[in-house]
Design a binder for this molecule. Structure first.
Ligand code: SF4
Length: 421
């Protein structure tokens, strides 16, 4: 195979892989063993993110962009008139090792269109990981995509060589999936997720009894949802994400704003903007659900089906629940401190620690690093002033927005002026 042809394949298959954002490489503790190549421990994989939040440090490619399916939202769909290519197993192994040795990458993220069927494709992905681990003694990070519908046996094997496995649910609702990917069966997504979850639990239990038990997908599993392709609400998306976190022990759910790539009456038009700000608000919501003790129905429900793009979701919740404020910073419990806009979990811990020694006032809070622009209006402390006074939620929002310097400011609606008074 000529160098030019490999380069051409790389250009095609790396480009096709860029739509998958579920490639963060954290969470693995694989060590370098037997003087092998690479490791995933210590500082972990150094991965960087492009400005729009996409991870770029892994060799991120498809095995092939041939596909038997015709999912409307996918650039690789069989009806798209694009250049196609496929790597051989050894080509991916060689590229990974060569790029790793040149210090271009920290690991491999390998996905694929579906060649003939799920098992035929999954087997090739597993072969790549197996060769890297067993023949090349490669200890770097490997993230394999699970092909929907792949057999249990292949999924079991995949987890023995990969650090992370993921199957992309793609469309957050079953009805959206039926509309945009009619060839796909919802159960085919669930089956590998269930298998991976059970294997992880089983291997972890066995490891407690027998130390030499190998690790199975030590960085867990993740999934990705495309946002804005099927007209779903933020409530639909976050309820769906919560379901996958709980039911399949997902390590991460990724949200990827739909990039219009084809003209199709079922999809947003080609001139639709990528919903970058919405993607960001969904990540913030995800964070609140996982680390701040919020439940999904507090942030999104039948009355509030979509997030307010102008403000972060915690501030949105606080403005709808002003009866909960002001919070006394010197007395509130951890749960309530975490709900104050502008106070992150690190600051919560600092506050709890600092107030053991003295009553905290504005100066102390500033020194701790609290974002006073938002927090000021929702707290009392060992100082006289309390800034909320009798402001309504809209007035408060306006005041706070006046001081926000966000890179997303240009997306904000000119409707803001309506709140001025
Ligand atoms: S199965 Fe995957 S690669 Fe194939 S068209 Fe659907 S989303 Fe694209």
């Amino acid at each position: 195979m000529s160098f030019d042809r490999i380069q051409e394949k790389l250009a095609i298959l790396a480009d096709a892989a860029k739509y998958d954002v579920s490639c963060a490489s954290s969470g693995s503790t694989r060590k370098n063993k037997d003087k092998g190549l690479g490791n995933s421990t210590g500082s972990g994989i150094c991965h960087s993110y492009t400005e729009d939040g996409r991870c770029v440090s892994l060799l991120k490619i498809l095995m092939t962009n041939h596909c038997i399916f015709d999912c409307a939202y996918c650039v690789t769909r069989k009806s798209n008139d694009i250049k196609r290519a496929a790597f051989k197993i050894q080509e991916v192994v060689d590229l990974t090792i060569n790029f790793y040795r040149r210090n271009y990458i920290e690991g491999l993220f390998l996905s694929s269109g579906i060649f003939k069927n799920a098992d035929f494709t999954m087997e090739r992905l597993v072969q790549v990981a197996k060769k890297l681990r067993l023949e090349e003694n490669f200890n770097g990070y490997i993230h394999l995509k699970s092909i929907p519908g792949a057999s249990d046996e292949l999924m079991r094997e995949a987890g023995l060589y990969a650090d992370r496995l993921s199957v992309n649910i793609e469309i957050p609702t079953v009805s959206g999936l039926k509309l945009l990917a009619p060839d796909k069966n919802f159960k085919d997504f669930i089956k590998p997720m269930e298998k991976v979850k059970n294997e992880i639990i089983q291997y972890q239990q066995e490891k407690k009894l027998i130390k030499s038990t190998p690790k199975y997908a030590p960085a867990g599993q993740s999934t990705q949802m495309i946002i804005g392709a099927a007209g779903e609400s933020d409530k639909d998306i976050m309820y769906s994400a919560t379901y996958y976190y709980k039911k399949y022990n997902m390590r991460r759910v990724y949200y990827s704003g739909y990039i219009p790539i084809s003209s199709d009456t079922r999809l947003p038009s080609l001139d639709t903007e990528v919903p970058v700000l919405r993607e960001n608000r969904l990540y913030q919501t995800d964070w609140l659900l996982r680390f701040y003790g919020f439940s999904v129905n507090e942030l999104l429900n039948d009355t509030h089906q979509n997030l307010d793009l102008q403000i972060d979701p915690k501030l949105g919740w606080a403005l709808r629940n002003l009866q909960e404020f002001p919070v006394d910073i010197n007395k509130a419990d951890k749960r309530m401190l975490a709900r104050i806009p502008g106070i992150g979990m690190q600051s919560v811990h600092k506050i709890i620690n600092a107030r053991r020694f003295r009553k905290l006032n504005w100066e102390h809070l500033k020194a701790i690093g609290i974002s006073m622009n938002r927090a000021t209006y929702f707290i009392t402390c060992d100082s006289r002033e309390f800034y909320t006074k009798d402001l309504t939620a809209d007035q408060l929002k306006y005041k706070i927005l006046q001081n926000i310097k966000s890179k997303y400011q240009k997306h904000f609606s000119p409707q803001l002026s309506l709140f001025a008074s």
